[in-house]
Design a protein around this ligand. Sequence first.
Ligand SMILES: C[S@@+](CC[C@H](N)C(=O)[O-])C[C@H]1O[C@@H](n2cnc3c(N)ncnc32)[C@H](O)[C@@H]1O
Ligand code: SF4
Length: 451
Amino acid sequence: MILIPRSLGFWNTISRRVFKAEYTRPGDESIRKNIISTLNEEETAAYIHIPYCTGTCWFCPYARHPVSKNNIDEIIGKYVKYLKKEIRTYGELLRDKNLRIMDIHAGGGTPSLVPAKYWREIIEEITSSFDAKPSIAIEANPEDLKDEETAYGLVDAGINEFSLGFQSFHPELLSRLGRRHSVEDSIKAYDNLRNAGAKYINIDLMYMIPGQSLQQWIEDLEKAAGLGPDEITAYPTLVLENSIGYKMIREGRLPEQPGMNVFKQMMYAAEDLLPRRNYIGLEIYGYSRHPDWKYVTVNYEMEGPLLGFGAGAMGFTGAYEYQNTCYPEAYGDLLSRNKLPIAFARSVSLEERAIRYTTCRLFICRSLDKKKFEYKFNQSFEKLIGKTGFKWFLKTLKLTGDIREEDDKILLTRKGLLTAHKITWAFVMNVPCRMVEECLKEPLPERVVIP
Ligand SMILES: C[S@@+](CC[C@H](N)C(=O)[O-])C[C@H]1O[C@@H](n2cnc3c(N)ncnc32)[C@H](O)[C@@H]1O
Ligand code: SF4
């Protein structure tokens, strides 16, 4: 089997229908007006995209460009100059709103490639442009942090949460993903971060790797839990048809992925094994040792508000969604002409935001609290979701035993976990991954329709 969107059958069809959207390229004036008029909350999260990697992993679906380690300082120095300008521009644009940034995280690409001196500059720019804490969470590649000096430097610069891309403890599986680090590098990176005093460390693992067995996956879960990170996230390997890995499987240069039945066993293996090692399932793929901490990204992207900075970043005010150009040259060019680097954008209705919120809470975070929903939307869950076709979808899932109600909450059941995985991964491949695919076709497309 290959885990492409079509392999999720019914859920792929549903997700293509529910999340169909059209984006256009508005003028700079119109973008600014839309952002100011729709960002109406006192607090927001911020996301910084670092679109560089030292190579290409075979199944990578993210917005990134390969760079050589030899001239990384020069390339990143230039990029950071524009990144700071973008942050400053938003600070000025939103000055009258007295907006507080309560959470900043950086993804990529590879944020750990950015030297500590540049992280200091970025953090300084954020704290002088907004009311924000001088700390940040980043995604990191073990390739960079196996070096003790780099790990200490990043912690010292104000990075206090790390999400480390281990993926597997089996060397042959790392090479089937096209990773450029060894298992020993990952463990060294983890130890370096712990010794440097990083506050929280998450370990990313991947399953459904071509040719992976259930036993290998159980060993990976055991080994990760044995290290004692603050959180373990377990992602199935998603395959896009434009990836190198897809071509390699098709040509027989890589084995196929395990079948759907093994997918189910691997998913439930994480669900059963990690709680026995004191990890709590806060998301369907994320297990934390702390009831109140997880490496958060998805809630902000789905629910908003989120300010997106950097080439390839996505932002969502709550009623307006925008995607920055994925091309660093076009990004720098727009900013040097005092324009926001947005490639395409669209308005999002209140009903659509309510569906996104419900999808995120119920199918990713496992439960929806109707009181919190009402607080966020100023309307009851029944009234707002009742205006949409989504209410029938939820009724059906209740009948099939995938979700159940308890007081003011709707909860995902153990049976529903598999359905939630299918819904989530169909959404991820059809929406964010498709946006990246379109965004990488050209720097500033006129119109984008997804999926
Ligand atoms: C942006 S990457 C993390 C930082 C760094 N770029 C790296 O790969 O080490 C985020 C995570 O996505 C996961 N990932 C990568 N490719 C994936 C795929 N095809 N399907 C599902 N998850 C994937 C990996 O677990 C990876 O650590
Ligand atoms: S998986 Fe991470 S390191 Fe690999 S190419 Fe993608 S963003 Fe870069």
